[in-house]
Ligand binder design. Structure first.
Ligand SMILES: NC(=O)c1ccc[n+]([C@@H]2O[C@H](COP(=O)([O-])OP(=O)(O)OC[C@H]3O[C@@H](n4cnc5c(N)ncnc54)[C@H](OP(=O)(O)O)[C@@H]3O)[C@@H](O)[C@H]2O)c1
Length: 254
């Protein structure tokens, strides 16, 4: 098998594809040759990414869906199939969190975090898997975090949700191996996006956090893309149920 990252002819869905890491992944998939459906709530952000992908000569569509409405989740796969005929790749990237201690997080905050980060990721993966199995398989990559395997304060329920997604990654990988569907995860360390802006917008906090990262700095969103692309290619065919951490050495340092 020759090593190639060419995804020409493949069709991908990227949730949370309007900004941050999801936007970078969507653009990276397009650079590799895939056509891409990007989904989120903010239509303007999605439309901007669709234009960027089209400027690369690939096809793209925006699907505006709130992942907290589970009844709408099948429409993401249906809309993609209606436009491109199939789904080969799903990137479960969308997530939400609140900076709140465990004593202060409200019950509806807990529900919002788990509804988007775990329930929606599962429901969409299941819809995508049912479509993928009609044409010989596919690749699912769930975006988790170093916080899935490392404790911390202020985002405990977010970390717990990503730990759940990590285990779900393994269980989906086991059940769907026979369908030729690979399910893996990529776990970024702290990455400079709107999501983490409350952290990196304060230079003192950023410097303190960066000093604990062996490479001495936060990641840029584009630096998460390579691991995701690798897991979507035949190079990674015998890898399933795994997580690749892209963290500048953070987990090696704990
Ligand atoms: N940034 C970091 O430091 C970091 C570190 C580790 C892991 N991660 C993970 O990386 C992934 C991307 O994070 P990011 O930093 O790029 O975040 P971001 O900039 O906040 O982007 C999150 C994306 O998710 C979408 N989203 C959120 N809630 C949604 C909902 N209810 N329905 C549909 N879409 C929704 C957002 O779009 P709308 O708001 O328009 O819906 C947005 O496109 C997440 O899984 C996150 O947990 C990030």
């Amino acid at each position: 098998m020759s090593a190639t990252f060419d995804l020409t002819g493949k069709v991908a869905i990227v949730t949370g594809g309007g900004r941050g890491i999801g936007r970078s992944i969507a653009l990276g998939l397009a650079d590799a040759g895939a056509d891409v459906a990007v989904t989120a709530r903010s239509g303007d952000q999605l439309k901007a990414v669709v234009e960027e992908i089209k400027a690369k000569g690939r096809k793209a569509i925006a699907i505006e869906v709130d992942l907290m409405k589970p009844e709408l989740i099948p429409s993401i796969v249906e809309g993609t199939v209606a436009e491109f005929g199939k789904v080969d790749i799903l990137i479960n990237n969308a997530a939400r969190s609140f900076m709140r201690g465990l004593l202060d997080l409200r019950e509806d905050g807990y529900d919002k975090i788990f509804d988007v980060n775990v329930k929606a990721a599962f429901l969409l993966a299941r819809e995508a898997a049912k479509e993928m199995m009609t044409h010989g398989g596919g690749h699912i990559v769930n975006i988790t975090t170093v916080g899935a395997v490392r404790g911390g304060s202020g985002m405990g329920i977010y970390h717990a949700s990503k730990a759940a997604l990590t285990m779900l990654t393994k269980c989906m990988a086991v059940e769907w191996s026979m369908l030729n569907i690979n399910v893996n995860a990529v776990g970024p360390g702290l990455t400079r996006t709107p999501f983490s802006e409350p952290i990196w917008s304060n230079p003192d906090i950023e410097a303190a956090l960066a000093s604990r990262i062996p490479q001495g700095r936060l990641a840029e969103p584009e630096e998460i893309v390579g691991a995701v692309l690798f897991l979507c290619t035949e190079n990674a065919h015998y890898i399933t149920g795994e997580t690749i951490y892209v963290d500048g050495g953070s987990l090696a340092n704990t």
